[in-house]
Design a protein. Structure first.
Length: 45
């Protein structure tokens, strides 16, 4: 019984390469500008 609780099951989850590329491209295209205490978010596509 004690042996069952001491075993660690590690599920190594890693994102797909396409997901990482999508997030990086989105963050590169996102521009946030502040003008007179107002923030403008622009996505440059």
């Amino acid at each position: 019984m004690a042996k069952l609780y001491s075993e660690k099951k590690v599920n190594k989850m890693s994102p797909k390469k396409e997901t990482i590329n999508f997030l990086l491209n989105y963050s590169r295209a996102l521009r946030i500008r502040t003008y007179k205490n107002i923030q403008f978010e622009n996505i440059l596509n």
